[in-house]
Write a protein that binds this ligand. Structure first.
Ligand SMILES: Nc1ncnc2c1ncn2[C@@H]1O[C@H](COP(=O)(O)OP(=O)(O)OP(=O)(O)O)[C@@H](O)[C@H]1O
Ligand SMILES: [Mg+2]
Length: 704
């Protein structure tokens, strides 16, 4: 069966080469008449040449190829569908084009935007990801509104912005759920399909010139899917370039796409005009049955994931059952069909045309897009919008601060009753020390409870940052400003309850100090948690690392082991100096003890001065004021925020540079490995029998 097909393929090569040459000549004629090369064109022309993505394996295992030498292009005024079975590399291709591949994979080949090689992340292109990353506490309208204020030009009036927001809500059919919350772990919000449409609405809001979408219609009913695809098509035909991966489109949705990139196992099955794909399959010997959706037919032909199970079922059916009409349907060898299609495409007119057009587009000089892609809102507007949005999110998310505030109040009442009216007896010295250490140690430790919410916020930040909504500085400052009122409430509640119940000192200035001290310490823990959340975006790992970090800070704070007794190397210098808890506790002890006198151990002896207790029993220096301790806490807070800023920036820029150097070197190393050598386009004929799909299914197409 295989031999005639191979012969057919050889014949097809000659015939196609002839047609392809003719087509190239036609294109060249057009070229000279239009002189496209010399003209500066508007819109985004994207070209990818010999694009490969691999997961390197430095041991003896195979280097896995996710994409295998793909070539293609996308033009303005056209919408392209990337289709293929699950795991075929659709998201990987989109990520590679948009410069968002994960760090463990390596990419080779060229991606040119308007004839230039450049990074496409951080706002140059818009990307709707497969997962919805949204703040669940906001309504649909609020989400779009905040997004509009963050990105639309500051010169636009409020009415104009609202008009755009309402227009986008209508376009995505979200008017019925516009005032409903998106939903999170404790709020049942809008449906998955509505979330998907909201994700698209956020990206089309600013009418980006180049838009990537990863399965925008998955989870939508057929009518919604049609309207979404229609909106995207309208956008594309308005001069934009739209590339979208798509899963199981209906024939109506499929008909809306201008171009099709069909992938299987990271290889090109077909690239060209969507309407010509059916003809390509027919010519390749796999015609689409008349009543079958073309996209279903394509996937049926190229999904080889179930070949093994199909073979097993076939074998058992042969043993136990008489022949049925469905047997032939089950006997598909899609791996073989796939191989034939890959080969047919390689020698087809479509591939030749694509190569010619790629060559042409690669020389096109396009419009300047540097500024257009990024947010056009002013920094100040971004800061105020982000602060407002973050504050609304924090105040609506029960788990962010409210539960913690309730626990802080409850724990403060517990501490207040346990250490009630502590007094100034000899035994009160130890009790005051323990109480102070508990408040500034454990109470700040509880800030770790906000970690899950930090992680959620960081996810939204990463998504928006990659799409270029705002800068790192605006985000960090807004996060601090919006969280500050909640941190202050926690500190004031804890400070006031414990201070009045324990009756530390009667003066207001002492209460003020302890509230400021607690605010500083809690803000430091929050900042540390944000840094950890930016480094380990995993909830459980983050909690463990955060708990370990605060544990170390507590044990070196000066209560469990006095600071002068700490081992000098490492623990005293530098750890106790960079430890917010050490400064916080020293300040709290000074605030409590300086100026009061305690009863002596033996009645009749002179009273014990607070200063003396501090120096002899607690190992605290009293030659500088408690306000210096507070200043040290604030300096650590500022430093941590700067570190947070640097971590986010470092991750964006420096890591990208290091990664590209590493990628180049690694690619050179692994290119020599046999596992990276191109797989034979035809599978071994010893193990596979090649059957045209139509004959196996008994579904001879009327087109044939
Ligand atoms: N960073 C990575 N490291 C290792 N393997 C990866 C990585 N990214 C993707 N892959 C693998 O590459 C293959 C293609 O993945 P991809 O997500 O691109 O598929 P897809 O076509 O988008 O599938 P789906 O339709 O299910 O979304 C999968 O087998 C996946 O496991
Ligand atoms: Mg995917």
């Amino acid at each position: 069966m295989a031999a005639p097909l191979l012969l057919f393929c050889g014949h097809c090569l000659d015939h196609n080469n002839y047609r392809a040459c003719k087509l190239i000549m036609e294109i060249e004629q057009q070229e000279s008449s239009n002189s496209v090369k010399e003209k500066r064109v508007s819109g985004m022309y994207l070209v990818w040449e010999d694009l490969s993505v691999v997961v390197p394996n430095f041991r003896n295992g195979h280097t896995k190829r996710l994409l295998n030498g793909l070539c293609g292009f996308a033009e303005p005024n056209r919408i392209m569908a990337i289709m293929g079975p699950s795991g075929s590399g659709k998201s990987t291709l989109l990520d590679a084009l948009a410069g968002r591949l994960s760090r463990n994979v390596l990419m080779s080949g060229n991606v040119l935007l308007n004839g230039k090689k450049r990074r496409l992340d951080y706002g140059v292109v818009a990307y709707v990801t497969q997962e919805d990353t949204l703040l669940g506490t906001l309504t649909v309208r609020e989400t779009i509104c905040y997004s509009a204020n963050l990105r639309l030009p500051s010169r636009m009036s409020k009415e104009e912005v609202n008009e755009m927001v309402e227009g986008t809500i209508m376009e995505m059919g979200l008017q019925d759920c516009a005032d409903r919350l998106i939903g999170n772990w404790h709020l049942r919000g809008i449906s998955g399909g509505e979330k998907k449409r909201l994700g698209i609405a956020l990206e089309i809001l600013t009418r980006p010139c180049l838009l990537f979408l990863d399965e925008p219609t998955t989870g939508l009913d057929s009518a919604s899917a049609y309207f979404v695809a229609q909106t995207l098509r309208n956008m594309a035909h308005d001069g934009k370039t739209v590339i979208s991966s798509i899963h199981q489109p209906s024939s109506e949705v499929f008909a809306l796409f201008d171009d099709l990139f069909l992938l299987s196992g990271g290889q090109t099955i077909y690239f060209g005009a969507a309407e010509k794909a059916v003809e390509f399959f027919r010519k390749a010997g796999f015609p689409c049955p008349s009543r079958r959706n073309p996209s279903d037919h394509f996937l049926r032909c190229i999904n080889s994931d179930f070949d093994a199970i199909t073979a097993t079922i076939m074998a058992s059916q042969k043993l136990h059952e008489p022949k049925t009409s469905t047997e032939s349907l089950m006997s598909l060898s899609t791996a073989a069909i796939k191989a034939i299609l890959i080969e047919k495409y390689r020698c087809s007119e479509h591939a030749t045309m694509a190569r010619a057009r790629i060559k042409e587009i690669a020389n096109i000089e396009g419009q300047e897009f540097e500024r257009k892609g990024k947010s056009e809102a002013k920094w100040w507007k971004q800061l105020t919008t982000l602060t407002r949005r973050s504050f609304v999110n924090m105040s609506r998310d029960v788990g962010y601060y409210w539960i913690r505030i309730a626990i802080y109040v409850a724990l403060s009442l517990c501490v207040g009753t346990i250490f009630f009216d502590i007094g100034s007896s000899y035994r009160a010295i130890y009790a005051r020390g323990a109480c102070g250490a508990f408040i500034s140690g454990f109470m700040t430790f509880m800030s770790i409870g906000g970690f899950p919410s930090f992680i959620e916020e960081m996810k939204v930040f990463y998504k928006e940052r990659l799409n270029g909504y705002y800068g790192v500085g605006a985000y960090i400052l807004s996060n601090f400003l919006s969280s500050f009122p909640f941190v202050a409430v926690m500190s004031i509640a804890t400070g006031t309850i414990t201070y009045y119940m324990v009756r530390f000192r009667p003066e207001f200035s002492h209460l003020l100090y302890i509230c400021l001290d607690l605010t500083g310490c809690i803000a430091v823990v929050e900042s540390s948690m944000m840094i950890i959340a930016s480094l380990v975006p995993n909830f459980l790992m983050g909690l463990i690392i955060g708990a370990g970090y605060i544990g170390v800070m507590m044990v070196t704070a000066g209560y469990f082991r006095l600071i002068p007794d700490l081992p000098k190397v490492f623990w005293r210098y530098p750890i106790s100096y960079v430890n917010y808890a050490a400064w916080g506790l020293q300040g709290a002890f000074k605030n409590d003890m300086i100026g009061i006198e305690f009863d002596p151990l033996v009645p009749g002896e002179p009273k014990l001065k607070g200063e003396m207790i501090l120096t002899t029993m607690l190992g605290i220096r009293v030659d500088y004021s408690k306000w210096w301790d507070l200043t040290a806490v604030m300096v650590i807070l500022i430093l941590l925020r700067v570190i947070f800023f640097l971590v986010l920036k470092f991750k964006e820029r420096v890591v990208a540079v290091i990664y590209s150097i590493y990628a180049k070197q690694t690619l050179q190393r692994i290119k020599k490995r046999p596992s990276l050598r191109k797989a034979p386009s035809f599978p071994s004929k010893r193990h596979q029998t090649l059957h045209p799909l139509s004959t196996q299914e008994g579904l001879h197409s009327p087109i044939d």
